[in-house]
Each structure stands twice: as structure tokens, then as C-alpha cells.
Design a binder for this molecule. Structure first.
Ligand SMILES: [Zn+2]
Length: 73
């Protein structure tokens, strides 16, 4: 299986919105490492299990729900 880059997706606990955040070089490796708690093998890729979702009246906490590979050219 060839490694494919893509976007990590998060879902906000507060408002339910799903959004893409942080492009990773290999979706499969990123999801496995983040889920199990192993540091990512790439320096400078700010990927986490949680993200902050900005709202007009505050901040929501968003969970990592998966990763979507880039569309094929
Ligand atoms: Zn939100």
C-alpha cells in the first residue's frame, strides 16, 4: 500500500462542525501514531488529537475524527 498524504479532519464538540486541519505526508501513519500516542515521524507537523475551533463567542474543542487522502491527480 502506497503512502498518501492528506488532511486530518476534526469535529467540534461544541457546534458539531467538521473541518480539515493540518496536511500530513501520510494519512495512515498520522492516524495510527496519533491514536496510539506515538510521536509523528515528521518534524514541524503540528497534528494533535484535539484542535481549537474558534467561535464568535468563545472557543470549541474539536476531536480528531479521521484523515482524508488527497484527491488523485
Ligand atoms: Zn465549533
Amino acid at each position: 500500500m502506497k503512502n498518501k498524504g492528506g488532511m486530518l479532519r476534526y469535529k467540534c464538540r461544541m457546534c458539531g462542525e467538521e473541518f480539515g486541519e493540518t496536511h500530513v505526508p501520510d494519512v495512515q501513519t498520522a492516524i495510527i501514531h496519533l491514536t496510539v500516542g506515538i510521536p509523528l515521524p515528521w518534524g514541524g507537523v503540528p497534528a494533535h488529537l484535539l484542535e481549537i475551533h474558534s467561535h464568535e463567542d468563545g472557543l470549541g474543542v474539536a476531536d480528531l475524527i479521521g484523515g482524508v487522502e488527497d484527491a488523485k491527480p
